[in-house]
Design a protein around this ligand. Structure first.
Ligand SMILES: [Zn+2]
Length: 279
């Protein structure tokens, strides 16, 4: 009798130990979410979910690549933290990214003639039609591959930075929209190299403000726009690699001298190209 009880005890201990070990070891379906703890206004956050699952932020599902990469654009004026929800059929993780404020350059210019501040109706119509073309590309479904993830971003032009992201002009007390890109001054005809791998999505000539314009899609909602170009050398649908010659610097549209305006967007959110390159 006592021997049987002893055996029973032994078996029970083994069984309980096995159950304990199995529950303590992380199950294969456990989610891992790789994200920074904080980010600055105007940052492009590249996160990863392992294994790939669903990722949500602000009530919207994000594009997730096969490797689990996804991108969040932090707007310039974002005041609140960003909550990210990751889930699969077995698990869910909620994470908060602290958003850190930046100081933006503000330039006030008063006493300008009204005509210079507000464009006439005909110009306004052209400006709106141009914006629609660009917005159609920006709001199109994200290309599902993170083409830029492996190599990251590099500067498309060598030159002097003549305008930073986020700066704002206030003309006659009317705030203009903040500068949504990086200006690099360079001589006319300087090569513009693709800052990252991607697919050419738009080539447009003679836009009213932007002049000759090119958009490259880097995947997962990340797109580069190049404006004021002299010549566009890439064609819509071209697959480009980081460093490929895609255009030449010009001063088409409303530009006071030859320079490249390079904008980076995550969906419709403009992010700071200089910070995108640094990462
Ligand atoms: Zn610019």
């Amino acid at each position: 009798m006592s021997v049987n009880i002893l055996l029973f005890k032994k078996i029970m201990i083994r069984l309980l130990t096995t159950v304990f070990v199995l529950t303590m070891a992380s199950p294969i379906w456990a989610l891992e979410l790789i994200l920074p703890e904080s980010a600055y206004q105007g940052d492009m956050i590249v996160g990863r979910i392992v294994p790939p699952g669903e990722v949500w932020t602000g009530g919207k599902a994000l594009a997730v690549s096969e490797e689990g990469y996804f991108v969040i654009g932090v707007p310039r004026d974002r005041k609140s933290d960003t909550v990210v929800l990751a889930k699969n059929n077995h698990d869910r993780i909620k994470r908060t990214i602290r958003i850190l404020a930046r100081k933006w350059r503000i330039e006030r210019i008063n006493g300008l003639p009204k005509k210079k501040v507000s464009p006439d109706p005909a110009a306004l119509r052209r400006i709106k039609a141009d914006a629609r073309k660009v917005n159609t590309v920006r709001s199109s479904p994200p290309y599902p591959l993170g083409l830029f993830v492996e190599k990251g971003f590099s500067l498309p032009v060598k030159g002097r930075v003549s305008g930073v992201f986020g700066s704002q002009r206030i003309l006659n007390d009317k705030p203009r929209s903040p500068h949504r890109g990086l200006d690099i001054a360079a001589p006319m005809g300087t090569p513009v190299l693709s800052p990252a791998d991607g697919i050419v999505r738009l080539t447009a000539k003679d836009m009213y403000l932007m002049g000759n314009t090119l958009i490259v899609d880097h995947g997962l909602g990340v797109r580069s726009i190049f404006i004021h170009l002299n010549r566009i050398l890439a064609k819509e649908g071209d697959r480009v690699t980081q460093g490929d010659l895609i255009a030449r610097v010009g001063q088409s549209g409303r530009a006071t001298g030859p320079h490249l305006h390079w904008g980076v967007f995550v969906g419709s959110v403009a992010v700071d190209p200089e910070r995108v390159v640094k990462k």
